[in-house]
Design a protein around this ligand. Sequence first.
Ligand code: AHR
Length: 324
Amino acid sequence: MVRSLHVFLTILFLAVFLGCGTSRDNEPEDSPIVLGYSQLGDESAWRTQNSRSIISAAQDAGIKIMFEDAMQNPENQIKAIRSFIAYKVDVIAFSPLVETGWDTVLGEARAAGIPVIIVDRMIDTADPGLYRTAITSDFDLEGRRAGEFLVEKFQDTDDPVRIVELVGTAESTPAIGRYEGFREVISADPKFEVIFSEDGDFMLSKGREIMQRVLSLYDPEDIDVLYSHNDDMTFGAIEVMHEAGIVPGRDIVIISVDATQRIINYLKEGAVNCVIECNPNSGPLVMDIAGRIAAGEEVPKHISIQETVFDEYTDFSTIADRGY
Ligand code: AHR
């Protein structure tokens, strides 16, 4: 559904872009806000829901959106941003795949007088004037929450707790925050030991592949915990555990990040022990901020998306259907 919507929006974008020349010079003053949005890819169920939220919130807000999927390639994001600048959109928003490499293109947007909103992940720049606001999750907090669950779960033992970690896309904000925040908490107790940690790019297929390799290197008895930076990688790892006769959630404690409905079902069944929420439904907030910026209002420099934790101690009746 989201795929076909992407195709439709891309065709619409090309039709407007090619049919009416390369910019909006002849548009009437009161025409709707045009937002150029560069999404980083479609690597996970979380991302699919995030794109759905952005596109439908734009439609609800009466904002014309030019939505481009960069297919996990930052070069495609730079090209999309340049095309938005050429078209003279009112606002540019984008979810950066990785933190660095944006200064030049964002400098071009600034020179063209187009405000930029960073969404979901952060950029690393010495010049914060390159963007108007950043609407992001607190990935460091997510990592700390994962660590806090382990501290509570293993509070009654002094035995070593051996952890396998599936890391998200290298050099992306969620991978950095979830890696560092987690270590900030577990490093207080030497019984916690990360015995294996590898980048699985937030993809199910890579979660599967890495877990197969882990089980070729370690006896399952020597693994106490799987900490996975997103649900898709967790699903891949759980498939491998089933095939190897390992009971997830019992033989190996599992912590996952995102909180899709499928992982909540696993939590309820006891196959996963802790789920750190990462909220993909930022569309309405992004459109509200885009509208305010286009109207010339000041907005906060950083806006945090609110999130929670669901674990085996949660009253499951309080968890609303996730809808994705
Ligand atoms: O940036 C958010 C992360 O990106 C989500 O946790 C993950 O599922 C996605 O691919």
